[in-house]
Ligand binder design. Structure first.
Ligand SMILES: [Mn+2]
Length: 522
C-alpha cells in the first residue's frame, strides 16, 4: 500500500472506533429451545457470509430442518453490520443472536458449545456452505452413536464442486500455521464409512455437546487451535473422524479485505499456550516462525514478548475480569494503562459494572455475582476479578509467580491479591512464603474465586429482587460476605504476602497498605 493509502486507512479506522463507542450493541434474541443439533457460528463483520450460510442451511437441508437450531455469536457487535445481522436472525425461526464483545478471536467459538441448547453442536465458519445431504449425514451418524466422544469433520470441497480437496491436515508447518491440507482417497466414496484422521481445518467441526473438551480460555485473536483441539479429543478418549458425506465449501477469497487483523503475537502466543497445556514440545513453533519471519523488522521482540505473555504468572487464572462502570471512562483508561504495565492488557476482559446509585454495595455485589455466573457458564476453573481502581506493587509479577506455585498445592476457594486484614488468619503454613491463610479480609479490588465454590456462592447470593435485598441487609457488601466466610473457615481463603494489589485510599491507612505505600507504583 502507498503511504497515502495507509494514512487513509488509519484515519478511517479511528473514525470507525469513534463511531463504535456510541453505537449501541444489539440486544440478544430469545432462546429457541432444545434441538438435536445446534449449528453455531461466530461472526466478525461478515453479514453476507453469515446470511448465506444460515439461509443455505434452511433452504437446502429441509430434511433435517425440524431438528436444527442456529446460534450466531456476533464477535463485533459494535460494528456496522450487527443490527442487520440481528434483524435477520430475529426474523428466523429456530435461530438466536448473541452479541459478545468480551474479547475477540477464533476461540470465541468455545462459547457456542457453552450456550447451545442441543445434544450435538456443529461449529461452522460464517462463510461455509454444506454439501447436499451433509447435515443429514451428520445427524445420522450422531443418531447411530448417541454417546460418541468423537470429533466429526468432513472433506473440504473445491470451489468448482468437482472434487473433495482436503480431508485432513498433515502435521506440518506452513506460513505461520500448523497443519497443511492433505487428501485421503477413501473420501472418493461419498457414502463410505468415516475414517480416522489426525486433524483437519476448523471451518466445520461437530461433536456431542458434553464431549467438547474446550479451547484454552487464554487464546486471543486468530489461530492456534488446529492440532491442539484434535489432540484434546484423543486425550479424552475420542477420535477425530472424517465423514465423507459431511462435505463443505469454504469462501477463502476476501477481495475487499479481511475485517480482523491476524497478528503474529496472537498466533505465537496461542500456539505456546495451547501446546504447553497439552504438554507438546514448543520448540518447533519458534523453529518455524524464525525460519519464515526472522527477517521481518522487529520479529525477535514480537516473538519474545508473545512467549513471555504466554508464561505470565497471571496465566494461572482462566480469566481476568475488570469491573468498570460504563460511565467511568477515565478510570477504565487508567486501569488499562496499568494492565499494560503488567503486560496483561491482551487478556483482561472488561465487565460492565452494574450501577446502583443509591447504594454502590448493591451494584458491586450483583456485579461480582454476575462474574461468578459467567465463569461458571464458561466452565472456568477460576477467575481473577479486578476492580478498576486496583493499583499494583512493583514486584507483583515475582510475588504472584511464587504465590501461584503455592496455590497449585492447595484447595483454595478465595484468593485475595490485596485487601485489609480486619482480623489476621492463623499464620502461614509450612512451605508458604507468598501466601498465607486469610482471616477476615475486606475489599475485593483484586480477588480470585475458584470454581469449586461458584455454585455455593451463587446459591448464597440471590439474584436481584426481594431475596437479594434481605441478603444485602444481612451482609452489607460482597467483601463482608467473603471476609466472614473465610474467617469462619466456611470458605478456604488465602491472601498474598506481601499484598500485591491495593487501592489509593488503602495506602493511607496503617492497617491497610501504608507500610508499602511507595511501592504501589503500577
Ligand atoms: Mn473461514
Amino acid at each position: 500500500m502507498s503511504d497515502a493509502r495507509h494514512l487513509l486507512v488509519d484515519v478511517l479506522g479511528k473514525l470507525d472506533a469513534a463511531a463504535e463507542a456510541d453505537r449501541p450493541i444489539p440486544e440478544p434474541t430469545d432462546p429457541v429451545g432444545h434441538r438435536s443439533l445446534c449449528i453455531g457460528m461466530s461472526v466478525y463483520d461478515d453479514f453476507d457470509g453469515a446470511y448465506f450460510t444460515m439461509q443455505s442451511i434452511r433452504l437446502h437441508h429441509p430434511e433435517v430442518a425440524d431438528r436444527l437450531s442456529i446460534l450466531i455469536i456476533d464477535n463485533h457487535p459494535e460494528g456496522l453490520q450487527s443490527q442487520a445481522l440481528r434483524d435477520v436472525v430475529a426474523s428466523t425461526d429456530n435461530a438466536r443472536y448473541l452479541p459478545f464483545a468480551g474479547f475477540r478471536g477464533t476461540a470465541v467459538r468455545d462459547l457456542l458449545f457453552r450456550e447451545a441448547d442441543a445434544d450435538f453442536v456443529c461449529c461452522v465458519d460464517s462463510h461455509v456452505l454444506f454439501a447436499p445431504g451433509a447435515l443429514h449425514a451428520l445427524l445420522s451418524y450422531f443418531d447411530e452413536h448417541p454417546d460418541t466422544d468423537d470429533l466429526i469433520q468432513g472433506p473440504l470441497w473445491s470451489d468448482d464442486l468437482k472434487s473433495r480437496v482436503g480431508t485432513h491436515f498433515l502435521p506440518e508447518w506452513g506460513a505461520g500455521m500448523y497443519g497443511r491440507w492433505g487428501r485421503d482417497d477413501r473420501v472418493d466414496d461419498p457414502s463410505g464409512q468415516p475414517f480416522e484422521i489426525g486433524m483437519q481445518g476448523l471451518g466445520v467441526f461437530a461433536c456431542r455437546r458434553d464431549a467438547w473438551p474446550g479451547f484454552n480460555p487464554r487464546f486471543r485473536g486468530f489461530g492456534g487451535e488446529e492440532g491442539y483441539i484434535h489432540e484434546k479429543f484423543r486425550r479424552s478418549g475420542g477420535r477425530v473422524l472424517c465423514l465423507p458425506a459431511f462435505g463443505w465449501l469454504h469462501r477463502f477469497a476476501r477481495p475487499t479485505g479481511v475485517p480482523y487483523k491476524p497478528t503474529f503475537d496472537d498466533r505465537i502466543r496461542n500456539y505456546h499456550i495451547g501446546w504447553s497445556e497439552i504438554g507438546w514440545d514448543t520448540q518447533p513453533i519458534g523453529d518455524h516462525f524464525f525460519e519464515e519471519y526472522a527477517t521481518n523488522a522487529g520479529f525477535g521482540e514480537v516473538f519474545d514478548r508473545a512467549v513471555a505473555q504466554s508464561t505470565s504468572p497471571f496465566g494461572y487464572f482462566d480469566a481476568i475480569f475488570s469491573l468498570n462502570l460504563d460511565s467511568a471512562v477515565e478510570r477504565r483508561i487508567a486501569a488499562e494503562h496499568r494492565y499494560g504495565q503488567l503486560d496483561i492488557a491482551w487478556r483482561v476482559e472488561r465487565v460492565s459494572a452494574i450501577e446502583t446509585p443509591g447504594n454502590h454495595h448493591r451494584g458491586c455485589a450483583l456485579s461480582w455475582r454476575g462474574m461468578i455466573d459467567t465463569a461458571r457458564r464458561r466452565g472456568y476453573q477460576n477467575f481473577l476479578g479486578l476492580e478498576d481502581d486496583a493499583v499494583f506493587l512493583d514486584t507483583t509479577r515475582e510475588v504472584l509467580a511464587g504465590a501461584v506455585a503455592e496455590l497449585d498445592d492447595l484447595e483454595w476457594d478465595v484468593c485475595f491479591l490485596g485487601g485489609v486484614e480486619q482480623t489476621a488468619g492463623p499464620g502461614a503454613r509450612p512451605g508458604q512464603r507468598f501466601i498465607k491463610p486469610a482471616g477476615y479480609v475486606t475489599c475485593t479490588h483484586a480477588t480470585a474465586i475458584h470454581s469449586r465454590v461458584f455454585d455455593r456462592i451463587l446459591a448464597d447470593i440471590p439474584e436481584d429482587g426481594p431475596d437479594f435485598d434481605r441478603w444485602l441487609d444481612d451482609h452489607v457488601a460482597i467483601d463482608q460476605y467473603l471476609g466472614s466466610r473465610c474467617a469462619s473457615g466456611e470458605l478456604n481463603g488465602v491472601i498474598l504476602t506481601p499484598r500485591v494489589a491495593s487501592q489509593p485510599a488503602l495506602t493511607t491507612f496503617a492497617d491497610g497498605d501504608l507500610a508499602l505505600r511507595d511501592r504501589y507504583v503500577i
